[in-house]
Design a binder for this molecule. Structure first.
Ligand code: FES
Ligand code: MG
Length: 571
């Protein structure tokens, strides 16, 4: 083994009572003495849970990681952390992202680990694990669970993005309960996370573009044998990373973040990318602002034809060459010298990747769209910014002035949206308040709120929607999200009234409320006192400390890291 003494030897290499205790209880699991001889101890941080259906295959996936760890001369130990299931958790899994990150951080630091493999899948399980791991900064690699196989319904390929269409079809009276039940049965056909470029796939692409997974990790479908193989390879790689002492901070440089932003623009990634990347940058100590995401996206066209921005599914992306084929096409724009988990540069890792289907991955000179990535809006309605994903929006609404139809909160929206008497037409802008980080709390994915039933019946398919909430990565439409400051913090959003005029100008990066500064100030003065925060528990901690969406919605005291050192013993 290496000359250098590994961190785990601070436990297992000890003599006397402490070393006895550290080893003896591990040996009760059938672990032989040679596991403690100074070889790398690799933690496998597992988000397996039957309440996180997207990650339900992770116990098996972990076994393949272990093979790789053994093969390379390390010893694997698997441990569970809080797993966030996007589909079930109320009021929103996002409320618990920061809590899960605390679990991950403390579990890694407190234990005799030299390196960590993060098993990530469903939306929040990637950012929460990466955030927590960044605050410890050991050698760390991500293995994603992979997307599901594409769904099927009546001979058509379906996936999560269709849920929004089904729901509108049902509300417009075009789809009955029986049809919905049939579609439900065909939606999720296999292990894995959502099969489009939703948030889970966006996060898998983010870690690959950042360099903290092996190349090719993002797109391999969960049931594909290649998924098991990359898990094993990642198990071997983490042992090498420990020996090379290649930590997250060695990989997650400012240039790596810039690469990830450019790749996200090219793939039409989820708007949730913004909030999670800002939070990760905050943990690893890389300065990154909302405006950087806009600036770096601006030069990158959309070259992946994937739902919800395009037509295809993650499975198709894999057969077309996966993310490596996309990164290959972007090499002239990317920082090619960045080092990935395997110690190789971006140029080395992606320089020879081929594209097998130009319908799915095109080149930057023949893009599917030049409006890509995330555009950051500013204006008196969002002094600290708001975002819109132009590739998911309607061209005719990109510059529009109209009257606001305001909903004070989600209950108000649910109560009135289908009221035939609601004063609304297709030129209106739907405004939803109090769905921000602090206000909801947890910033749920309700920003792409459904259109009024009477307009759906008329055939309207898109309207401008504005809120301080988020949108599912599988969602689409001309949807302005993450308005900051949020309504619950007394942002201008809080004082918008139905009938006020609002201008959205996406190319001009403007979101303007046509109300005078004096009137805005007067209305703010007249606002009722803020809603009290939760009386106790994690939600109280969250509401007391959560930062705005423009900073990544992390808790203020979680920014940065505390390293991996623990100076005091337990017994
Ligand atoms: Fe888990 Fe979509 S619900 S990834
Ligand atoms: Mg989601």
């Amino acid at each position: 083994m290496d000359e250098q003494k590994l961190r785990s030897q601070g436990w297992f290499g000890r003599k006397g009572k402490d070393g006895f205790i550290y080893r003896a209880w591990m040996k009760k699991q059938g672990i032989p003495a040679h596991a403690f001889d100074g070889r790398p101890i690799i933690g496998i941080c597992n988000t397996w849970s039957e309440l996180t259906p997207c990650n339900s295959h992770f116990r098996e996936l972990a076994e393949h990681v272990k093979r790789g760890v053994y093969e390379a001369g390390g010893y694997p130990v698997e441990f569970p952390v809080l797993s966030l299931g996007e589909t079930l958790m109320k009021p929103t899994a996002m409320l618990f992202r920061n809590l899960a990150s605390m679990d991950v951080e403390e579990a890694i630091r407190a234990n005799p680990l030299d390196g960590v493999v993060l098993l990530c899948g469903c939306d929040k399980t990637t950012p929460s694990l990466v955030m927590g791991a960044c605050s410890v900064d050991l050698p760390t690699i991500v293995v994603s669970g992979g997307p599901m196989l594409t769904g099927r319904h009546r001979g058509k390929r379906i996936s999560t993005s269709d849920i929004w269409r089904f729901s509108e079809a049902q509300r417009a009276g075009h789809m009955d309960d029986m049809e919905m039940t049939l579609a439900e049965a065909g939606m999720c056909r296999s292990d894995g996370h959502c099969a489009v470029m939703g948030t889970a796939s966006t996060m898998a692409c983010m870690v690959e573009a950042l360099g903290i997974s092996l190349p090719g990790n993002a797109a391999i479908p969960a049931p594909d044998a290649a998924r098991k193989i990359i898990a094993q390879q990642s198990g071997s790689e983490i042992v090498k990373m420990v020996k090379a002492d290649r930590k997250l901070s060695d990989i997650l440089t400012p240039a790596a973040f810039e690469n990830a932003i450019m790749v996200n623009a090219a793939i039409g990634g989820s708007t949730n990318f913004v909030i999670h990347l800002l939070a990760i940058a905050g943990r690893i100590g890389v300065p990154l602002a909302l405006e950087d995401l806009d600036r770096l996206s601006a030069s990158i066209p959309l070259i992946a034809n994937l739902q919800p921005s395009g037509s295809y599914f993650m499975e198709d992306l894999y057969y077309a060459g996966g993310l490596p084929a996309i990164i290959n096409k972007l090499l002239p724009q990317l920082h090619k010298e960045c080092i990935g988990a395997n110690g190789r540069t971006v140029a080395e890792n992606f320089g020879t990747a081929d594209c097998y289907d130009p319908d799915i991955i095109t080149s930057t000179d023949k893009p599917f769209s030049t409006m890509s990535g995330v555009i950051v809006l500013k204006g008196n309605l969002c002094e600290q910014g708001a975002v819109i994903k132009p590739s998911a929006a309607s061209a005719q609404l990109m510059k529009h002035t109209g009257k606001a139809v305001v909903f004070e909160d989600i209950e108000d929206y649910n109560a009135r949206i289908d009221d035939p008497a609601l004063e609304v037409d297709e030129t209106s802008l739907l405004v939803l308040k109090n769905v921000g980080p602090k206000g909801y709390p947890g910033m749920p994915e309700v920003g792409n709120m459904g259109l009024p039933a009477k307009l759906l019946a008329k055939g309207v398919t898109d309207m401008i929607r504005i809120s301080d909430g988020r949108m599912s990565g599988t969602g689409f439409g001309t949807v302005v999200l993450h308005v900051a400051p949020e309504a619950a913090e007394g942002g201008t959003l809080a004082i918008v009234r139905s009938g006020d005029e609002i201008t959205l100008d996406v190319r001009g990066r403007l979101l303007h409320l046509h109300v005078s500064d004096e009137e805005i100030a007067a209305r703010k003065k007249a606002l009722p006192p803020a809603q009290p925060i939760a009386a106790r528990g994690y939600v109280r901690l969250y509401q007391s400390h959560v930062q705005g969406a423009h900073l990544g919605a992390d808790l203020d005291f979680l920014r940065g890291g505390s390293g991996s050192e623990v100076t005091r013993d337990s017994h």
